[in-house]
Design a protein. Structure first.
Length: 345
């Protein structure tokens, strides 16, 4: 069992105490075009993603010839030389590159391209030899645990050996119903396995909730989020249903970052800006009547009112009235004038 709660993803550290890492998932949205995949790399960078995730597969190694999805997979399969070009461009972009390899030749191709991490698809979570082969590469491995039996998850983490591991929580089918997201499970996974835990968001990309679901997951402890995107959602191409447009993906990232800033660093600390704003409208002790020089201040002479704390420092707060009562005025104090230390003997 691992004890570390962080791992390296490209140039970034992912896990406890780090900003939420955003993975833009290409899936099959390139439609079988290497040029489209290259455009998606540029889009992911502009959208504010930290990394990009590709699905690599050879359909003949994934499904049988007569499988109902064989034709669709053949249609979007890129040739090895095309993948080499795409992965090389992705590495040069500065984004962390993650590959969800679905077969041994694709895993070998991704390893040769020196991608930053691998992901095990949920359908391979009970494929021990393949998981062991991924772990043997020595790079971080993300395990998709949505709908996977607990025993299989535990076995998979052990099969990885010393390879850094992370878990990916999320409903395994698209579109994912919001009531099936179970954000509370994120912390439960982290407590049980002591590894970074991410959130795969397959909610309907056309819904308003898709813009905020990653921010909610981050607030519930997700160390990274994965969200599909497509260059043109209106075309309803491959994997479009859970995908965001580039514009909406950018908005999603902005909302997530705003949520992180709103969360703050320490609940017990008072943020300086919040303290300034509070003091600007806080009540101070002021003179309720004209107080002559040498007069002893009594409670009936005082009033507690808001002063313009933005243009002048506030005076004594009401809870410090004991510091004012019983002292003599060093000079005349006008009605509504803020009482300060230099006015008192």
């Amino acid at each position: 069992m691992r004890t570390g709660a962080v791992l390296a993803m490209g140039a970034r550290t992912v896990g406890e105490g780090q900003p939420c890492f955003v993975l833009a998932c290409v899936g099959q949205a390139h439609g079988g075009s290497a040029d489209a995949a290259l455009r998606m790399i540029e889009a992911a960078f502009k959208m504010g993603a930290d990394g990009i995730l590709f699905d690599l597969f050879r359909s003949e190694h994934v499904v049988v010839r007569r499988h109902p999805e064989r034709g669709a997979l053949d249609e979007v399969e890129l040739r090895p030389r095309e993948w080499k070009r795409v992965l090389q461009a992705a590495k040069a972009s500065g984004l962390a590159v993650v590959v969800e390899a679905l077969d041994a030749p694709s895993l070998e191709l991704a390893a040769e391209a020196e991608v930053d991490a691998f992901q095990v698809h949920g359908s391979d979570m009970e494929n021990p030899e393949f998981i062991r082969a991924m772990g043997a590469r020595g790079r971080p491995v993300l395990l998709a645990v949505g709908g996977v039996p607990e025993a299989a998850v535990r076995e998979a983490t052990e099969l990885l050996g010393a390879a850094p591991a992370a878990l990916v929580h999320g409903f395994p089918a698209a579109p994912a119903p919001p009531e099936e997201l179970c954000f509370r499970s994120i912390e439960a996974w982290k407590e049980r396995y002591r590894v970074p835990v991410g959130f795969l968001d397959l909610t309907d990309g056309g819904s308003a909730f898709a813009l905020v679901a990653p921010a909610v997951a981050s607030a519930r402890g997700a160390d990274f989020v994965e969200k599909p995107f497509t260059l043109d959602r209106s075309r309803k191409g491959h994997d479009y249903q859970p995908s965001l447009s580039p514009e909406d993906f950018y908005r999603m990232v902005e909302l997530l970052r705003q949520g992180e800033r709103a969360r703050g660093e320490a609940a017990e600390a008072v943020a300086p800006e919040a303290e300034r704003e509070r003091r600007a409208v806080a009540r101070s002790i002021v003179a309720g009547i004209l107080i002559g020089r040498g007069e002893v201040l009594t409670a009936p002479m005082l009033a507690f009112k808001r002063t313009d704390g933005r243009t002048a420092p506030p005076g004594f707060p009401p809870r410090e009235a004991h510091r004012v009562i019983g002292r003599r005025a060093a000079r005349p104090i006008q009605v509504d004038e803020t009482i300060r230390e230099d006015m008192l003997e």
